[in-house]
Design a protein around this ligand. Structure first.
Ligand SMILES: NC(=O)c1ccc[n+]([C@@H]2O[C@H](COP(=O)([O-])OP(=O)(O)OC[C@H]3O[C@@H](n4cnc5c(N)ncnc54)[C@H](OP(=O)(O)O)[C@@H]3O)[C@@H](O)[C@H]2O)c1
Length: 334
C-alpha cells in the first residue's frame, strides 16, 4: 500500500496574549516507510486543551514548549491503517499524543489500545481520557472528598469540571458550580443536576458562595485561579482542601493574586497542585470504574465537536474563551 501524505497544523509564531489564526499554519508532509514495530494511524478525533496555550510560550515549564515551525501535538484517537506490529492489527483503535494531524507513523509501543465498543472513541479524549482522569484523581487522591461534604467547582461546564460535578454528585456531595454563560448554567442545573450554579462573570462570587453554602466549603476544585480562587478562600471551612488543577484566568495574560492567601493559615487549609501526568498509572482502575458509569448513563459524556482538521486553530481559540462556544470536552473531528 502506498503511504499517504499527512497534513499537520504547526505553530507559526508565538501568541502574544490571546492566540490568533496567524499563530498557526497548515503543512503537508511525507510519511516515512513503516519500520518493524511501527504502525500508520489515521486520526479520527484530537483534543484541544488549555495547557497547550502554555506550551506556545517560550518559557520553562513541566512540559517542553512547542517549537515554532513544527507540528503541534496532544491527545488523539484513531485507527491503525497499516501495521508492522503483531499486537496492533489494522482497524485497531488507539489513543496517542499525536494530535493536530490526520495521519502519523509511530512505534506501536507509544500507543494505547482503546475499546471503542464500550464507548464512543471521542469519549477517550474527555470523560474517559485525561480530563476524566484529572477529575477522578483530583476528587479522590487530592481532595479525598467524602459523602455529605460541600464542594465548589469552577470551570464546571468544561471537560474536567463537568466530570468533577457529576462524580461529586454520585459520591453524595453538595455541588456548587460556576461557569461563564447562561447556557452553561442551564446545562449544569438541568443535565448535571448540581445543587447550585452561577455565572461568575455576572455574579458577586463570594455572595453566591455564601448563599449556596452558609456553613462554608469543605473543598474547592479550582480550574481557574483568579477571582474565583480568592472568593473560595474566603468561604473555606477550617481544614478545608483546595485542589489547584488549573489557572486559566492567567493563561493568555498573567493575573496577580489571590490577595487573601493568608486565610489559609488561620483556617489550616491544604492547597495542593497536581498534574494528571503523574497519575497515568491510575488510568486502568479509573477506566474500570468509569466505563460502566458511562455505559449506564450515570456519567454524561458531553462534548463539542468541531469538524475538520483545518478548523482546529479556531476550535483551540474558542475553547480558551468564556462563553457558549463549547460545552464539556472540545474535540476536533479529522
Ligand atoms: N492539573 C492537570 O493535570 C490538568 C489536566 C487537565 C486540565 N487542567 C486544567 O483544568 C482547567 C480546565 O481544563 P479543561 O480541559 O476542562 O478546559 P475547559 O473547561 O473545557 O475549557 C476552558 C474553559 O475555561 C473557562 N475560562 C476561560 N477563561 C476564563 C477566565 N478568565 N476565568 C474563568 N474561566 C475561564 C471557559 O469556560 P467559561 O465559559 O465557563 O468561562 C473555557 O471554556 C484548565 O485550567 C486546565 O489547564 C489541569
Amino acid at each position: 500500500m502506498t503511504q499517504p501524505c499527512a497534513t499537520e497544523i504547526r505553530l507559526a509564531s508565538r501568541p502574544q496574549g490571546e492566540p490568533t489564526l496567524n499563530n498557526f499554519e497548515t503543512a503537508a508532509v511525507d510519511l516515512p516507510e513503516l519500520q518493524p514495530g511501527e504502525v500508520l494511524v489515521r486520526n479520527t478525533f484530537f483534543s484541544v486543551d488549555p495547557y497547550m496555550r502554555g506550551r506556545m510560550n517560550d518559557s520553562k515549564s513541566y512540559v517542553a514548549p512547542f517549537a515554532v515551525g513544527k507540528a503541534l501535538d496532544g491527545a488523539a484517537v484513531g485507527q491503525v491503517v497499516q501495521s508492522r506490529h503483531p499486537g496492533f492489527l489494522p482497524s485497531t483503535w488507539v489513543a496517542s499524543l499525536c494530535g493536530w494531524r490526520d495521519y502519523f507513523v509511530a512505534p506501536a509501543q507509544n500507543l494505547r489500545i482503546i475499546d471503542a465498543t464500550q464507548a464512543p472513541a471521542s469519549a477517550y479524549l474527555g470523560v474517559l481520557g485525561a480530563p476524566g482522569l484529572t477529575a477522578w484523581v483530583g476528587l479522590h487522591d487530592i481532595l479525598k472528598l467524602r459523602s455529605g461534604e460541600t464542594i465548589f467547582v469552577s470551570g464546571a461546564a468544561g471537560a474536567v469540571g463537568s466530570v468533577v460535578c457529576q462524580m461529586a454528585k454520585i459520591l453524595g456531595c453538595r455541588v456548587i458550580a460556576s461557569a461563564g454563560s447562561a447556557a452553561k448554567i442551564a446545562f449544569l442545573r438541568n443535565q448535571l443536576h448540581v445543587d447550585s450554579a452561577f455565572n461568575y462573570r455576572e455574579a458577586n462570587i463570594e455572595q453566591e458562595l455564601r448563599e449556596a453554602a452558609p456553613d462554608g466549603l469543605h473543598a474547592y476544585f479550582d480550574n481557574t485561579a483568579g477571582p474565583q480562587l480568592e472568593a473560595a478562600l474566603g468561604r473555606m471551612r477550617n481544614h478545608g482542601r483546595i485542589a489547584l488543577c488549573g489557572a486559566i484566568t492567567g493563561y493568555n495574560t498573567p493575573v496577580p493574586g489571590p490577595r487573601n492567601l493568608g486565610l489559609a493559615i488561620g483556617r489550616r487549609l491544604r492547597l495542593q497542585g497536581f498534574l494528571v501526568v503523574d497519575y497515568l498509572h491510575r488510568m486502568q482502575p479509573f477506566l474500570e470504574e468509569t466505563i460502566p458509569m458511562v455505559r449506564a448513563g450515570k456519567l454524561l459524556h458531553q462534548e463539542t465537536i468541531i469538524e475538520g482538521l483545518q478548523h482546529a486553530p479556531e476550535a483551540f481559540i474558542s475553547m480558551l474563551r468564556s462563553g457558549d462556544a463549547h460545552m464539556g470536552k472540545m474535540v476536533v473531528r479529522v
